[in-house]
Ligand binder design. Structure first.
Ligand SMILES: *Cc1c(COP(=O)(O)O)cnc(C)c1O
Length: 373
């Protein structure tokens, strides 16, 4: 394999083990591994396969397009998609057996009509908004949504296979909204049951990674972890929960050179060398997902030591100052990894940049090949 300037190494056994750990924590509930946004940047199909190998029984994506991409990869496991604006390829999704979320009457109707055209029955999960106020029917609209779905079920175009919601503050254990949302969910399930939607084929699901790990009451029939599948902690203040980060981002030094003291580095000269020193050019930039804000702030690992990014991050490159350490072209730099060699973790990157790991890992650009091991 040719050397690439940079690559994201994805440890598939870490994904398998993380899913196995989450399964154990969810005590009998089914596990849907959420692999939206290209498997949180780790690669859609490989993440999906590793998750299934780890014991996930279903896959979740935001968009139908992502669910169809899983089918195109030959993945036949149950898949659900939940962000469905008007104009989406509903018929194709139904033909491909994708479970669809519906949180509004218009969408139940659109799905039913699309199913009618295909001659199949659409599998639908009704979504109730219990307090995050994104998608889903509000408590007031819920009975109408349930009634419409029932009507469509009787006519044979729709089968309700799930009832679901999403928590706003699961990563803030003890937040008062959590119990309020869980109570609202229980009420919504009861309303559906009275309308005739219930039984063991209708699964209830609510828990993201944080809830799987900290909220036994939220597990219901299935959990939907995403971040934790990839070994990243949903509640960093509570530690790593035994999860193992799956991605290591590496680059090879493109150029190394000695420069004198007082030399300005990169655009704007926001970094000045303190003395004669060796600079190394790292071939990754903000186009690859290294946030510009990381300049003079975040650290990488080279030659057995950590070095701060020197000066501004450019589109395709940034610079490190390694002092008198030996450094030559082709040397490997670890931007972040699981920390086992002393390299920064993605969590440390997120902390130093004032963001969350999700944001960094999902933005690693398409120029960076994902390499699986
Ligand atoms: C992204 C997402 C998840 C997974 O969330 P994590 O916090 O990454 O575990 C679960 N459910 C829905 C609806 C989502 O959009």
């Amino acid at each position: 394999m040719p050397m690439t300037p940079a690559e994201a190494r994805v440890n598939l056994s870490a994904i398998r083990e993380n899913v196995a750990l989450l399964r154990e924590r969810s005590q009998g509930a089914e596990t849907m591994a959420v692999v939206k946004s290209d498997g949180y940047g780790h690669g859609l199909a490989a993440s999906a396969r590793a998750s299934l190998a780890g014991g996930a029984t279903r896959l979740g994506t935001a968009y139908i397009r992502e669910a169809l991409a899983l089918r195109a990869e030959g993945i036949t496991a149950p898949v659900m998609a939940w962000i469905i604006p008007p104009g989406e390829p509903l018929e194709e999704a139904i033909v491909q057996g994708i479970d669809l979320s519906a949180g509004a009457v218009w969408l139940v109707d659109a799905i039913a009509e699309a199913a009618g055209r295909t001659g199949r029955t659409a599998r639908v999960h009704l979504k109730v908004d219990t307090g995050i106020r994104r998608g889903g029917a509000s408590g007031a609209e819920w009975p109408t949504l349930v009634e419409r779905a029932m009507k469509r079920q009787v006519e044979g175009t729709v089968e309700v296979v799930g009832l679901w919601s999403h928590l706003a503050c699961a990563d803030m254990p003890g937040h008062p909204s959590i119990d309020i949302q869980l109570d609202a969910f229980d009420d919504a399930v009861a309303v559906a049951k009275r309308a005739g939607i219930g039984g063991s084929h209708v699964i209830r699901h609510l828990a993201n990674s944080a809830a799987v790990l900290t909220l036994p009451r939220a597990r219901y029939d299935m959990v939907r972890p995403g971040l934790a599948v990839f070994g990243l902690s949903p509640i960093p203040e509570m530690g790593d929960f035994g999860l193992r980060p799956a991605m290591t981002l590496v680059a090879r030094i493109a150029m190394a050179k000695r420069v004198p003291a007082g030399a300005g580095v990169s655009y704007g000269h926001t970094y000045l060398t303190g003395r004669e020193t060796t600079l190394g050019l790292v071939p990754l930039g903000y186009a690859d997902g290294i946030m510009r804000h990381a300049g003079n702030l975040a650290e990488v690992f080279a030659g057995g030591r950590r070095h701060r990014v020197a000066g501004r991050v450019c589109m395709d490159q940034f610079v490190i100052d390694v002092g008198d350490d030996p450094l030559t072209e082709g040397d490997e730099v670890i931007v972040f990894g699981d920390g086992s060699l002393g390299e920064p973790t993605l969590q440390e990157w997120a902390d130093s940049l004032g963001t969350i790991t999700h944001e960094i890992v999902t933005r690693i650009g398409s120029r960076v090949p994902r390499v699986y091991h």
